[in-house]
Write a protein that binds this ligand. Sequence first.
Ligand SMILES: O=C[C@H](O)[C@H](O)COP(=O)(O)O
Ligand SMILES: C=C(OP(=O)(O)O)C(=O)O
Ligand SMILES: [Mn+2]
Length: 444
Amino acid sequence: MTITDLSVRRTWRSLPAAQQPEWPDPVALRNVLDELRSYPPLVFASECDQLRERMAAVARGEAFLLQGGDCAETFGGVSVEQIRNKFKTLLQMSLVLTYAASMPVVKVGRMAGQYAKPRSKPTETIDGVTLPSYRGDSVNGFEFTPHARTPDPERLKRAYHTSSATLNVIRALISSGYADLRQLQTWNQDHVELSPSGRRYERLARDIDKALQFSRGFGIDSEAARSVEFFTSHEALLLDYEDALTRPDVITGELYDLSAHMVWIGERTRQLDGAHVEFFAKLRNPIGVKLGPTCTADEALALIDRLDPDREPGRLTFTTRMGAGKVRDLLPTLVEKVSASGAQVVWQCDPMHGNTISAPSGHKTRLFDDVVDEVTGFFEVHRALGTVPGGVHIEVTGEDVTECVGAGTTNDDLPLRYETTCDPRLNRSQALDLAFLIAELYHR
Ligand SMILES: O=C[C@H](O)[C@H](O)COP(=O)(O)O
Ligand SMILES: C=C(OP(=O)(O)O)C(=O)O
Ligand SMILES: [Mn+2]
């Protein structure tokens, strides 16, 4: 379908859009959106097409999808070091998975655009003072003051520019050979090498290095070992922003949201009669939808009819986040009914969002064991049904934070480096542990 007519393309505007900020000044918002429309796209449509092809391979069981990054990126978190650490963590996880599972890994960062957050409550109260909740740096500031918490549309421009700067660093890291497999040892020269997972990683890196030397001995110096394909993604929550970055392809006229390669609809905004589903239905990007424990099989089927009417492998990813205690009960029916419909979606496990708890100290946290248990349940269900456990979606950082409990972090450690502005993330050592565990699940 070719949709360049603006009246067709903006149909989402007449529908209810959940979780949108209350911008105080509509004229200021309109001016910002006009400016954003004049900016170049952040990614190219051809790159989105390439990711859709990779996702089709995932749907067929020929590749594994690793998607991860911060719950909420921040405008302050864009030093080269922070971006490099996050990128490195995802590459190291993918290396563990590729080597151990003998499977190509499609790497997608929750990076370069993850600046808007849906919240459970519209306001937050601290010491008797109530202010609007923090909704991500593209909406308001994290600082608990009336000024910071007031939505400011100028932040949307900053979200664009910060995404652009982040992408620039990622593209430069790739083109300067940072992802070269022969840099394996360099990647590991820091604190993580002292942790058990770091040492395990080092052993694996040495094995891979030997394998590479062996292939080079035969004159096989694969280009694939020198470069990496890396894609960006975020929850396309703020429809005004996403719409401003949505452009028709010059050749086909089809619409692409060029704020990222892949965009997804969150658990809180997947209403069938809502604006997000309507907006996404018009896009040609590979797209995702989060499915929580209340999602019925009929809802999943209706989402497929709306978002993947042609049943195109790679088009639609269902990211389930049921919780460790529920995944084994709830997932089978969904998977069975969706498979019976003929749709070839990518099934991806988000083991984070169904497992958020409050620690005795009051910190929002997740137990590493729950994360592992949900991923394990996800694999068990797919193995039992003969369907494809396509990938995982995690909240992770390259920093040595203490936000999730287990695998080296205790409840008492939480205050030490609790740096997230929204949900707790795995640190790099926990991420590597998880990668090794997933690789084992593959073999089982
Ligand atoms: O990242 C997901 C949601 O935005 C987040 O879990 C909501 O957190 P809240 O329940 O603290 O609002
Ligand atoms: C908001 C998120 O998740 P969910 O929509 O699954 O709650 C998220 O991925 O940060
Ligand atoms: Mn989150």
